[in-house]
Design a protein around this ligand. Structure first.
Ligand SMILES: Nc1ncnc2c1ncn2[C@@H]1O[C@H](COP(=O)(O)OP(=O)(O)OP(=O)(O)O)[C@@H](O)[C@H]1O
Length: 463
């Protein structure tokens, strides 16, 4: 559609419709626009340059043609897009693209059928090993789109070819054994699956190693309760009429809020998981940050069971408070966060787990800016560890703190405890290490924590 000269695209558009109109009414014409969003974007959004005005004019031309369609009844127009929100709204009104059908990610039957179609020819040519279980591949690809499944098949085929080509460079000297080797087997599919990850997700494998490098620990009764609440909210979000879709986890720095949210999300086997962290958005402009956040929510709406984790809301929103009532934040990001959170479709089973260091029950600048009370359905406190939680968590990591004295009111964020325990553990290869008071105290001081035995709170190192 895009032409070099001004007015050419409009002319071409008119020609499509004129051709359809000029034929007999018995001949039905289909006009199909692929990637509709590439050309028919919302008008007035450009930079005012001649090029952007030219795009606006193409949209006008299509609107004129579509309106004229009422008088002819042998033309059916299809538009395809995966960015519906970018299309000029006038095109989506009744009388234009009035029937809108969403084609989401394929379900198990759909994936099986897609895999069968793409492997049919291989099977006919005896290139598919009998051990290839397409249903098993369909089971393992719950988050893959049709195009990605086709990519898996192509990748598996090229693995089989390269296996033989690595051994035999001359195709004319192929032996029967080479031909048998060329068959695409289950192992090729498994390798292809590991290499090609679906677009509509974070890579779950990376998530595991990133968030729980040493495994996931129960930490405390409150942590376990918070975890259970998140898992059951995610499970119930899949049922009609679910009400708790937006959960806010709050607690002091380093108490394990993000880890808990991500683990609960994984435990409920979502087919889409997106963790949005401020560190992934650094160096982006506010507009780009907002786009990323909005896109994650859009993708989540498309998935069947989606979880979005918003890690550290105040960092995402760049909140800097000078006191509990004043400060600054990124208006664009806050606007996007609030709009995305409050406009989750009731039909979707998406659930959002967000983390913050601010107690939503107390007045604070962050709490006001992000409207915690109005935006979230449920809030859950994730506390620092008590002395008995500290001991049991350390023991789970083979570090015996029974000889260390803590003030009853002492509290320690799990991050601080893990820092100390891991350095203590690094000093010896013994199965379980028994730590005395002096060694523990000196490590605590080294990390800048207050005297835990007397202080009410073992403060974490400044961030
Ligand atoms: N249940 C757990 N099991 C094992 N490790 C954990 C657990 N919870 C937290 N951790 C570890 O403790 C550290 C801090 O956890 P996390 O980042 O989740 O805390 P946070 O409350 O989100 O912190 P912040 O307020 O700074 O965002 C991480 O290194 C994480 O791996």
């Amino acid at each position: 559609m895009v032409q070099k000269y001004l007015g050419e695209s409009e002319k071409q558009l008119r020609q499509f419709f004129d051709k359809a109109q000029s034929t007999s009414e018995d001949d039905v014409h289909f006009i199909i626009f692929d990637e509709l969003d590439a050309i028919f974007r919302e008008r007035g959004r450009g930079d005012g340059s001649a090029a952007s005005m030219a795009y606006d004019s193409v949209v006008n031309a299509l609107l004129t043609q579509m309106d004229g369609l009422n008088e002819i009844n042998n033309v059916i127009v299809f538009g395809m897009t995966n960015r519906r929100e970018l299309i000029d709204p006038a095109l989506l009104r009744p009388g234009r693209f009035e029937v809108q059908v969403e084609i989401g990610l394929p379900d198990f039957d759909g994936r099986s059928a897609i895999l069968r179609i793409h492997t049919e020819e291989m099977k006919e040519n005896s290139l598919l090993d009998d051990g290839v279980d397409l249903d098993e591949i369909a089971r393992r690809t719950s988050r893959y789109s049709g195009a990605e499944l086709a990519g898996i098949v192509r990748n598996a085929a090229s693995l089989a070819v390269s296996r033989v080509m690595d051994r035999t460079l001359d195709a004319s000297s192929f032996s029967t054994e080479d031909m048998a080797n060329m068959k695409i087997n289950m192992e090729d599919f498994m390798t292809a699956l590991r290499e090609l990850k679906p677009a509509y997700t974070d890579h779950f494998d990376n998530v595991n190693t990133f968030y729980f490098p040493h495994g996931f620990l129960p930490l405390s009764l409150q942590h376990e309760n918070a975890h259970e609440l998140c898992v059951s909210a995610i499970t119930q979000a899949r049922l009609p009429g679910a009400t708790a879709r937006r959960i806010l986890l709050f607690g002091p720095p380093g108490t394990g809020k993000t880890t808990l949210a991500v683990h609960a999300a994984l435990a409920s086997s979502p087919d889409y998981l997106k963790v949005i962290r401020a560190s992934d958005l650094v160096e982006l402009t506010d507009a780009h940050k907002s786009q990323r956040i909005a896109a994650a929510f859009r993708d989540a709406e498309k998935a069947k069971h989606a979880v979005v984790v918003l890690d550290d809301l105040e960092r995402l929103a760049e909140i800097v408070s000078t006191n509990h009532l004043q400060g600054s934040f990124s208006h664009a990001v806050v606007h996007t966060l609030l709009t995305s959170l409050t406009s989750i479709s009731p039909a979707s089973s998406m659930i959002v787990l967000a983390t913050t260091r601010h107690d939503p029950r107390e007045t604070s600048f962050a709490s006001n800016a992000l409207q915690f009370q109005q935006t979230f359905d449920t809030t859950v406190r994730v506390p620092a560890l008590t002395p008995s939680d500290i001991r049991s968590t350390a023991l789970a990591l083979d570090c015996d703190l029974s000889h260390v004295r803590f003030a009853a009111a002492a509290r320690m964020p799990v991050r601080s405890l893990l820092q100390v325990v891991h350095t203590l553990r690094a000093t010896t290869s013994n199965a379980t290490i028994v730590i005395d008071q002096a060694t523990f105290d000196s490590h605590m001081l080294e990390f800048g924590f207050e005297d835990h035995a007397h202080a009410h709170t073992a403060a974490p190192a400044p961030e």
